[in-house]
Design a protein around this ligand. Structure first.
Ligand code: CMC
Length: 436
């Protein structure tokens, strides 16, 4: 049984301005803080609200993912991330995010079959790569190839047809590993490896990424499990920047492939998904434990614009639960690969220790986030730093698709259109160029 319920009114708040009062319904979801419904505020008080960067704004009702930032809790459809990371698989989690419940054995088999049957790309898409520079960042290739998918799959872009929405969801989730692996193959000049449908989702990606035609490929169960877990940890995270981008693009009626391409573009920034790449660059720049105090000094200097990458979060004011699982996975991977001393890990741990004791970080409640350890694992697994954010995008695709589907099915859905506080010139008359 799915647990989707609408929010309920639990009270009201009164806002008074200019001798007029508006009674705002206060709503509650199933868990989490109550919200004031300000939709009628403009009609009733003649004002609207100002919340740049949306720190105090719920943009939608959603039953997919829940975060309690103070307690460090993350739930997918009610299930704690720790339990899913420990016991579940990525495709099971994908089903859960998309359809609301964990699948039974038959449902999982059908779902796996459907995803597996869509792993190949239209052969014409291969030609896209010929146009890119060899050193193109894989995120640039992901944005373009995913954006172009609507040109190759026009039979699944009618957003009002539930069957077409479902097919586009399968296509996105199934093909994104192929696109991501091929972006890497193009960078390194190796032949593209076609997907293998006898492998699991994670193994198929690792195969397309690492394998070469003349060599036999043997999956490593520990690394496959680590890959699968990384995918689970990144699968969704409620209304973050890229998901909100997907929803905003989707609210216009744009096709799903265009919306996911918009999400990939938004994820790329170093404040968001690009942080995993930025963490390793930062560790490489610090270079040695002895340089940490100098680096922390720069971070605290307001004029330096230097941030401790992999630290801090808009919602978590406690340890990001995903970071804890990442750290554990990191040890497992390094042990499996026989890496006894990983200087990057030693450096990261020392940096974390110092930051967690420093009043600057303590007062601001800055803790390690998901990206702090993920780069070290991915590096150990043989991924170049430029691939870290594409792997995040691969995993987040199912979250974006689930949120997009939920939005399209929401009867209250209409175009997303924020307002602004205009601070420019008041109305003035045009002056001909010779009179200026
Ligand atoms: N290093 C140093 N100072 C920081 C950091 C950091 N990583 N993060 C926040 N602060 C400071 C910030 O300067 C501000 O200080 P003050 O109050 O003196 O002006 C205070 O902490 C509050 O931060 P904020 O900028 O209001 O926080 P935000 O919610 O706008 O930003 C963030 C959240 C994630 C963009 C930010 O913490 C950051 O840039 N972190 C580094 C990048 C990173 O690791 N991003 C990955 C986030 S998790 C995965 C994902 O979303 O993709």
């Amino acid at each position: 049984m799915s647990h989707n319920t609408s929010s309920k009114q639990i009270g009201s708040a009164t806002l008074t301005y200019d001798n007029k009062s508006a009674t705002l319904p206060v709503l509650s979801g199933s868990i989490g803080p109550a919200v004031a419904d300000i939709r009628k505020i403009q009609n009733e008080l003649g004002i609207f609200t100002f919340d740049p960067s949306y720190g105090a704004t719920a943009s939608c009702e959603s039953s997919i993912t829940y975060i309690d930032g103070d307690e460090g809790i993350l739930l997918y459809r009610g299930y704690p991330i720790e339990q899913l990371a420990e016991h579940s698989t990525f495709l099971e989690v994908a089903y859960l995010l998309l359809w609301g419940n964990l699948p039974n054995a038959g449902e999982l088999k059908d779902f796996t079959h459907n995803v597996t049957m869509h792993t190949m790309l239209h052969e014409q898409i291969r030609r896209f790569w010929d146009g890119f520079r060899r050193d193109a960042h894989p995120m640039a290739m992901l944005c373009s190839v995913v954006g172009a998918m609507s040109a190759f799959y026009p039979d699944s872009i009618d957003i009002h047809d539930p069957r077409q929405r479902e097919i586009s969801a399968f296509r996105m989730i199934a093909k994104i590993p192929t696109i991501t692996a091929w972006a890497h193959k193009y960078n390194v000049g190796q032949p593209f490896m076609y997907p293998r449908n006898d492998l699991t989702y994670a193994d198929n990606f690792l195969f397309m990424f690492h394998a070469v035609p003349p060599e036999a490929y043997k999956p490593n169960p520990i690394l496959s499990r680590a890959m699968d877990r990384i995918f689970i940890l990144h699968a969704d995270h409620e209304q973050n920047a890229s998901t909100s981008t997907v929803r905003l693009a989707g609210s216009t009626g744009a096709n799903p492939f265009a919306c996911i391409a918009a999400g990939i573009a938004s994820l790329w920034g170093p404040a968001h998904g690009g942080a995993n790449e930025a963490v390793l660059k930062m560790l490489a720049e610090i270079g040695h434990k002895d340089h940490i105090p100098e680096f922390i000094k720069q971070v605290k200097d307001k004029n330096s614009h230097v941030k401790l990458m992999g630290f801090g979060h808009r919602v978590y004011k406690n340890y990001d639960p995903r970071a804890k699982i990442m750290q554990k996975t990191c040890y497992e991977v390094l042990e499996e690969l026989g890496i006894k001393d990983e200087p990057m890990l030693d450096l990261a741990m020392e940096l974390e220790k110092i930051a967690l004791e420093d009043p600057y970080f303590v007062e601001r409640k800055l803790y390690p986030n998901v990206d702090f350890y993920s780069g070290i694992i991915l590096k150990a697994m043989g991924f170049p730093t430029t691939m870290f954010t594409p792997i995040f995008a691969l995993a987040r695709t199912v979250g974006w698709v689930s949120q997009w589907m939920e939005m399209i099915e929401d009867p209250q859905q209409r175009i997303g259109r924020p307002r602004q506080v205009y601070t420019g010139a008041p109305s003035r008359d045009y002056v001909p160029v010779d009179k200026r």
